[in-house]
Design a protein around this ligand. Structure first.
Ligand SMILES: [Zn+2]
Length: 316
């Protein structure tokens, strides 16, 4: 008898729903759709639509699904299953648990996107078998999940692991959180995008201008394509971002002395050069003893860490 659960990864730019065998982490089938800053009503509609499409694609009846888990990019109330605040989606106080339970009549659990992705890697990914490690995801923002003695560290207010807001440049760039000099303002895809667009406005040339004209934004894939074309501006921006990200990771290695750092997220998955530069610089900048024992690897579940982790939320 299979133990199927639906895992939903609700990020800043996409929603991915997967049917997951919660006993072994296998993704049976999935559907991925784009999302935007569209407000609660529209996001809920998008989620329901994506789940229904996934069930239809997999030809698995709802009666075979034992739970639904959702990992949302924002601050959540786990106990009551509420998304408290997700500025990137323009969603506030969304009662996901209540709404989805009413619609599907299946027990529903809510977590934060980074937390569930860390859970996925811990149970079935690169973190399986390790007890002390940190997952760092670089995409729209920079987030991290900390695993301590085999459990996700929540902290006194449930916000532990906010690596995106450690300060890497005192009094530096303004961050989305209202502070200055946060890692996220230097190393996220959004930060790189801002830097590239700023340089283009100053008259610098880059092949990436074409991609911006076409899509309106800079995707991780556009960055990869520009690097493949030996684009100097994009190379400089990526090098700078890797410099800051590695300073953040070196601080984590020195402070926490983990066995493992797992890197994931759109930018890491799509841009090999960024990943390689970050790993190398992080180990050089860390203290010799912890660095000698810390492995830095990529996520094993890549795009599915979040959906797989969300599908196992009911076990926690
Ligand atoms: Zn910040």
């Amino acid at each position: 008898m299979s133990n199927y659960s639906i895992g939903i990864d609700l990020g800043g730019t996409k929603v991915l729903a997967g049917i997951v065998d919660a006993d072994n982490g296998q993704v049976i089938d999935f559907v991925k759709k784009r999302t935007k800053k569209a407000g609660s009503e529209s996001i809920i509609q998008r989620i329901i639509e994506t789940v229904e499409k996934t069930l239809c694609k997999a030809q698995i009846p709802l009666s075979e699904i034992s739970s639904i888990g959702i990992g949302a990019a924002g601050q959540v109330d786990r106990k009551n299953g509420i998304l408290i605040s997700a500025p990137n989606l323009d969603c506030y106080d969304v009662e996901f648990k209540k709404i989805l339970e009413e619609h599907f009549n299946i027990p529903t659990y809510v977590g934060n996107d980074v937390e569930v992705a860390t859970l996925g890697e811990m149970k079935f990914g690169s973190g399986a078998g390790y007890k002390n490690f940190v997952c760092i995801f670089v995409g729209t923002g920079v987030g991290s999940g900390v695993v301590c003695d085999g459990k996700i560290l929540k902290g006194s207010t449930g916000t532990a692991g906010e690596i995106g807001h450690i300060i890497v440049s005192s009094g530096g760039r303004l961050c989305g959180c209202g502070g200055y000099g946060c890692l996220e303002a230097y190393a996220s895809r959004t930060a790189i995008e801002k830097k590239i667009i700023g340089s283009l406005k100053k008259g610098h040339k880059s092949v990436i201008s074409e991609a911006i004209k076409e899509n309106g934004i800079i995707r991780s894939k556009d960055i990869k394509d520009a690097l493949d074309a030996n684009d100097e501006l994009v190379f400089d921006c990526i090098t700078e971002a890797a410099e800051y990200l590695s300073s953040g990771i070196a601080s984590v290695i020195n402070f926490y002395n983990p066995e493992l750092i797992i890197l994931g997220g759109g930018l890491i998955e799509a841009v090999d050069l960024f990943y390689e530069m970050t790993v190398k610089k992080s180990l050089i900048k860390s203290l010799a003893v912890p660095a000698s024992k810390t492995q830095i690897v990529k996520t094993k579940l890549s795009d599915f860490s979040g959906a797989v982790g969300a599908a196992t939320l009911y076990q926690n």
